[in-house]
Write a protein that binds this ligand. Structure first.
Ligand SMILES: O=C(O)C[C@H]1C=CC(=O)O1
Length: 91
């Protein structure tokens, strides 16, 4: 099942920089592991925002929820999930 996931990151301004950098490094490793597995199929930066648009290819809503809620930045993100299916005009 394919999903478009929009992640908008809002790290609190009062979070110490070292703490934020540690969370971002852990997030990067987690993200890259999922990309290597094929479950996190694409990730793009939204120009001018601390936001990404990603495509996930997972088995179920439950699997997607588990992966997203395991993101180290999850507590600091607004996440929008859109389920996708093949367009009838796609070739
Ligand atoms: O930077 C982001 O968009 C947030 C998050 C998603 C992957 C990653 O490494 O960080």
């Amino acid at each position: 099942m394919l999903y478009m996931v929009e992640m908008n990151v809002n790290i609190p301004h009062d979070m110490p920089e070292e703490v934020a950098n540690e969370i971002k490094a852990t997030e990067k490793a987690y993200s890259q592991e999922l990309q290597r597995s094929g479950k996190w199929a694409y990730i793009w930066r939204v120009v001018g925002e601390y936001k990404n648009v990603s495509i996930f290819d997972v088995e179920s809503n439950e699997e997607l929820h588990t992966l997203l809620s395991g993101l180290p930045l999850f507590p600091y993100m607004d996440i929008k999930v859109t389920a996708l299916c093949r367009h009838p005009s796609a070739i």
